[in-house]
Design a protein around this ligand. Structure first.
Ligand code: NOJ
Length: 538
């Protein structure tokens, strides 16, 4: 059912990503939880978002912060109970907010009952056939079955012991494109799609409005599981190494583990399931595909509704790079009739103020990029804490939790996952009860960045986000056509309907075109648009 204007709610919605561990801790165990989220939904309404995407809260050993699911139809006691999901959905719907939950179909946790059964049952069993177990290569099968690397570093295979009692010998290997605690499922086995269809229905029956599909491009691998040709290891899901992830590098890459054609059949069947339910239920793919064109295949009319568009998040601070992103994205989705999506930060990447150089300049640029993004057609995803202008935190090595950090020694993702400061002058800044230690340490200098402090200040980043979201409802709804206006190479200049947007990525102030100012991301200088600033005019 579409809205009164015939447009389904998700098409131009602003989604707020709640990273469950770090949003609000109601019980003082240092981890955010579902009742914590429910208690803050009013806050999200005040900010002006339309929907909430909640990262995984299912039972999990938490080796990858919940993206290692041990039971798809329950709630980890650390985050609450099933009744807390019901309460959250009821409150959100009362407030007019939609709720999207995370679905992790590429892999289970090694503690999922299926994987335990697979280990116990041994080679050749139907239990092992739900995963990708293979014999090793070389004498004694001591080498992994192929040369694939895990996205988190190191081989994508782990060897298990032979389960025959007393044999004491080593057995088969299983594939894990991520951590060894995240075995990949074999989607060619009909039991796997059947199980996930039940999972979809379980949550749809409870009333969720949609799903964010984790590693949506990964479910099928080339059937032979052949070696990856001619390239160094890695890649596919996390933009940990930005050079390696440039489109040019990735387009040329042989990727037998990603983006196989068979995956689209799964999404066609899920679309059918979603359409059996009323209320425009939707799904958004997390698909790190090689090109915008391959991304668009996930959002054909009979597949998923949206796919994250990571192009902007990988682009440097540059008007021409931004223009390429806008042009490329719109051109890719137009032939399939899908709405674009835009995102600048999430729990897997360095926060955008830090990416743009940090400090006051990084923040100014981040606000400018955000204002530009919010003017575009389609929907936008905002990551918790970006409305506070939070920067990446330098988490001390002894506090780090990310498996990527442990497997590669590279900085990893904890710095973007530090809990949200709500109020007060000292950690945990109202994230949890006083005296409770948050799961990642919160910086000592966040007193000015709390929600409470920023709500009082009309010039704060929080107030800017609220104003921008309000203004978006008023003036950024005018059709899907965007005109990129040729002009200075350092200024992104675009028009959408009656709205004109300028984003000054250069080093000099620029003159404004005619029009009435709706909102600027920073102060104007004697009527000129300063560097690192964006503006909307009508
Ligand atoms: C993408 C998720 O966003 C990330 O956090 C996770 O580690 C991987 N998928 C594996 O599930």
């Amino acid at each position: 059912m579409a809205g009164a204007d015939g447009v389904p709610w998700w098409r131009d919605a602003v989604f707020y990503q709640v990273y469950v561990r770090s949003f609000a801790d109601s019980d003082g165990d240092g981890l955010g939880d579902l009742p914590g989220i429910t208690s803050r939904l009013r806050y999200l309404c005040d900010l002006g978002v339309d929907a909430v995407w909640i990262t995984p809260f299912y039972p999990s050993p938490q080796h990858d912060a919940g993206y290692d699911v041990a039971d798809y139809r329950s709630v980890d006691p650390r985050f609450g109970r099933l009744e807390d999901v019901d309460a959250l959905l009821a409150r959100a719907h009362d407030l007019g907010l939609r709720v999207v939950v995370d679905l992790v179909p590429n892999h289970t946790s090694s503690e999922h009952v299926w994987f335990r059964q697979a280990l116990a049952a041994g080679p050749g069993s139907p239990e092992r056939a739900r995963y990708l177990f293979r014999k090793g290569r070389g004498p004694g099968g001591d080498r992994p079955p192929n040369n694939w690397e895990s996205v988190f570093g190191g081989p994508a295979w782990t060897r298990v012991d032979d389960p025959t009692p007393g044999s004491g010998s080593r057995g088969e290997w299983y594939l894990h494109l991520f951590d060894r605690s995240q075995p990949d499922l074999d989607w060619r086995n009909p039991e796997v799609p059947a199980m996930f269809e039940e999972v979809l229905r379980f949550w749809l029956d409870r009333g969720v409005d949609g799903f964010r599909v984790d590693v949506a491009h990964g479910l099928f691998k080339v059937e032979s599981l052949r070696d990856q040709r001619g390239i160094p290891a890695g890649g596919g899901d996390l933009p940990s190494d930005r050079e390696e992830r440039s489109m040019v590098a990735r387009e040329a890459r042989d990727e037998p583990m990603w983006d196989q054609p068979e995956v689209h059949e799964v999404y066609r069947s899920w679309r059918g399931v979603l359409e059996e339910y009323s209320g425009d239920r939707m799904a958004v793919a997390e698909a790190w595909t090689q090109t915008p064109q391959s991304m668009a295949r996930y959002v054909r009319p009979d597949e998923l509704h949206q796919a994250f568009n990571f192009a902007w998040l990988l682009a440097p601070w540059s008007a021409s790079a931004f223009a390429d992103v806008v042009r490329g994205t719109l051109a890719a989705v137009a032939p399939v009739g899908a709405a674009p999506t835009w995102v600048l930060s999430n729990h897997d990447v360095v926060r955008h103020p830090t990416r743009y150089g940090g400090g006051s300049r990084g923040l100014a640029r981040a606000r400018a990029a955000t204002l530009t993004m919010l003017a575009l057609p389609g929907s936008a995803y905002v990551y918790q804490g970006e409305e506070l202008g939070l920067e990446e935190v330098d988490v001390p090595p002894e506090s780090r939790q990310d498996p990527y950090w442990f497997r590669t020694g590279k900085v990893g993702r904890d710095g973007a996952r530090v809990p949200i400061p709500w109020r007060g002058t000292r950690s945990p800044y109202g994230f949890g009860p006083r005296g409770a230690s948050p799961w990642l340490p919160m910086p000592d200098d966040w007193a000015q960045l709390t929600v409470a402090a920023q709500r009082r200040d009309p010039g704060s980043t929080w107030s800017f986000y609220r104003d921008a979201l309000r203004a978006r409802r008023r003036v950024a709804r005018d059709g899907d056509d965007v005109e990129l206006v040729e002009g200075r190479s350092t200024v992104l200049h675009l028009r959408r309907g009656g709205l004109t947007v300028l984003c000054n990525c250069g080093t000099r102030p620029v003159r404004l075109p005619a029009g009435e100012v709706v909102l600027a991301s920073g102060r104007l200088e004697r009527g000129l648009l300063p560097p690192d600033t964006a503006i909307w005019l009508v």
